[in-house]
Design a protein around this ligand. Structure first.
Ligand SMILES: [Fe+2]
Ligand SMILES: [Fe+2]
Length: 152
């Protein structure tokens, strides 16, 4: 099951989850059968709650100081969601799964790199340590309860 880190500020928490996400992507590539299906499910769940919490807790704060940066990240998340939805529908044994999965892996990797390179420095500039810890609390809460679905 996905473990959510209990300490640190919101950036630490997200960096840890990016690492978990990358590991799960690579495990899906290197496993097969039931283990692969289970790992894909775990990855799907983590990706969904990760992006949901970022959309609820992180990007709105970035938007105040760097609107374009926040909007670009949300756009990438929307694109990834479409791919993930399609992959879930196909299932890991389907023809074409591997190609689309590689595309998603690449897109999510790029996306996480952009967050780390572009977005988090802005966040650290804007918020002090208390605010970043408070955001970590909220982030965990959203992930635990599924609260805060983005309104469209
Ligand atoms: Fe994200
Ligand atoms: Fe992220």
């Amino acid at each position: 099951m996905v473990k959510v880190q209990q300490e640190g500020d919101v950036v630490d928490l997200i960096l840890e989850q990016h690492k978990q996400i990358r590991q799960l992507f690579s495990r899906v590539v290197h496993t097969e059968g039931e283990e692969r299906a289970r790992t894909f499910e775990e990855l799907t769940h983590l990706l969904e709650i990760h992006e949901q919490a970022e959309e609820r807790v992180v990007h709105p704060v970035t938007k105040d100081v760097a609107r374009g940066v926040a909007e670009a990240r949300v756009h990438e998340e929307d694109e990834a969601k479409k791919m993930l939805k399609q992959l879930k529908k196909m299932g890991p044994d389907a023809d074409g799964f591997d190609d689309l999965f590689q595309q998603l892996k690449h897109a999510v990797d790029e996306h996480a790199t952009q967050e780390q390179r572009e977005e988090f420095p802005k966040l650290r500039e804007k918020c002090d340590e208390d605010q970043l810890r408070e955001m970590a609390e909220k982030f965990r809460k959203v992930q635990a309860t599924g609260d805060g679905r983005r309104k469209r």
